[in-house]
Design a binder for this molecule. Structure first.
Ligand code: FAD
Length: 446
């Protein structure tokens, strides 16, 4: 049995290595800390939580909570340890971060099939099965190797993402579907503003509070002059945005066909095939999350918008997953390489664990000459991995778990909490049936 290599002992790598060993296959887990630190980690432990100690809301009719529940069904070691080291956090699954990662480190180190190597792997091993889980702060040498393999355009080092809004929370009595100068298919939802509305928005944007930048983010940001945060553009003058992301040219408000064009227009581009998610074009921002919701809801049409992702600008190494990966988390051009975690563009701790589970499970299946599997799309974990492997290659940005990426329910349910509950019931039932079948198929008949 040739050991499988898992590179990176963060949230995804820890789960992947455990699932491989649990299935009876040897694994070498490469973790460069403490010999080489990242700019955000502080300890030598596996699965260190770099910032908040929370895995998100616990209720199973919330996106994070549903993902926790799915991972419990799948036997995730990371979520089991999170449950064990939970601290009170008013409805969120928060942990004692020290105990949590120390316990995981000891649990993996004691497993007879897991060899923990404290070394940086500067190149991807060319032979054998490899699971890449090196996260948003992948070491520069390995990132360079990945770039050689994937090509310049398919590995990003900086995440300058605009907020994403749930389509059905956009007020369609105001926002209208059109492309500039009516060119091609009507592709954007346009939120028109009068001069007074624009001025109120500009003033709020100018006085909104920014999130403090980490030193390494400040360093990286210098390389992205072309991608200025929207609040920075606003500070350059009252009209700057109306020549940039809010330019109104080529658009007229269908409510007032006789009037000249609007003073400013915010545009949203469709993010998923089903049109459930819309991205605020050019709204990359460093504003605090609460401030983003307050200010962006001043845009006519977005007054009740629900945000599934808020804007971020930070260092983040991630692959263009829809270009490079399949929904089994294998590389299309190198099927014995798999990847998971922030590196594939899922966002957040729990999402990394979910990807780690699938990549680990599929790495063992490959080793055992079995077909790799995909998770049911109706589950939160499956929907997320399906999303990152099929999203628009040109505009791909990382995505957190959210209900907007799940396939619509057969029956439309208006009330939000009831709808989320129905998503949850469908997801857990489908995952249960899928997992039973997976186990059954592994047991020899008779
Ligand atoms: P990581 O947990 O970062 O694990 C990657 C591991 O790979 C690291 O241990 C690293 O040392 C190791 N490694 C890298 N290169 C090599 C190499 N060449 N050889 C060997 N080992 C290597 N998400 C949240 O949900 N909540 C938050 O509050 C939050 N805050 C964040 C704050 C910062 C500053 C950053 C950068 C990210 C934050 N994130 C947060 C996102 C977070 O990184 C992910 O949710 C999660 O850590 C991703 O898990 P991962 O396994 O993909 O990466």
């Amino acid at each position: 049995q040739q050991p499988i290599h898992v590179i990176g002992g963060g949230l995804a790598g820890t789960e992947a290595a455990w699932q491989i060993a649990r299935a009876g296959w040897p694994v070498i887990l490469w973790e460069m800390r403490p010999t080489q630190q990242t700019p955000a980690h502080h300890s030598e432990h596996l699965a260190e939580l770099v910032c908040s100690n929370s895995f998100g809301a616990m209720a199973s009719d919330r996106a994070a909570g549903l993902l926790h529940q799915e991972l419990r069904q799948l036997g995730s070691v990371v979520i089991a340890k999170a449950d064990q080291h939970q601290v009170p956090a008013g409805g969120a699954l928060a942990v004692d971060r020290g105990q949590f990662s120390q316990d995981l480190t000891a649990t993996l180190a004691e497993h007879p099939l897991i060899e923990l190597r404290r070394e940086e792997l500067p190149e991807i091993p060319r032979a054998g099965i490899v699971v890449l889980c090196t996260g948003p702060l992948t070491s520069p040498a390995l990132a360079a190797d990945l770039q050689r393999f994937t090509g310049l355009d398919y590995l990003s080092f900086f995440d300058a993402a605009s907020p994403i809004v749930v389509g059905e929370t956009i007020n369609r009595e105001i926002a209208f579907l059109a492309s500039r100068y009516d060119k091609g298919e009507a592709a954007y939802l346009n939120c028109p503003m009068t001069q007074a509305e624009y001025q109120a928005f500009w003033e709020a944007l100018n006085s909104a509070e920014q999130a403090p930048l980490k030193d390494f983010d400040r360093e990286t940001a210098k390389f992205f002059e072309a991608c200025l945060p929207i609040e920075e553009q606003a500070r350059r003058g009252m009209e700057t945005l109306t020549f940039g992301p809010l330019k109104p040219v080529g658009l007229s408000d269908p409510r007032y066909p006789e009037q000249p064009r609007p003073y400013a227009v915010a545009q949203l581009r469709q993010e998923d095939k089903a049109g459930q998610l819309w991205n605020l074009v050019g709204f990359q921002t460093n504003l605090r999350w609460g401030e983003q919701q307050r200010v962006f809801r001043l845009i006519p049409g977005l007054e009740n918008a629900e945000f599934v992702r808020l804007g971020v600008m930070h260092r983040n190494t991630f692959l263009n997953a829809p270009k490079l990966l399949t929904a089994t988390l294998q590389f299309q051009d190198q099927p014995h390489w798999l990847a998971a975690g922030q590196l594939v563009g899922t966002e957040g701790y729990t999402a990394a664990v979910a990807g780690g589970w699938l990549a680990g499970a599929n790495a063992v299946r490959l080793a055992q000459n079995l077909e790799p599997v995909t998770l049911p799309e109706t589950t939160m974990s499956g929907a997320l991995i399906h999303y990152i492997s099929t999203a628009d290659v040109k505009h791909f940005q990382p995505m957190p778990p959210n209900f907007g990426i799940m396939p619509p329910l057969e029956k439309r349910i208006r009330a939000k909490q009831e709808r989320y509950g129905a998503y949850r019931d469908r997801a857990l039932a489908d995952l249960g049936a899928w997992y039973c079948q997976l186990i059954k198929d592994l047991v020899p008949a008779g």
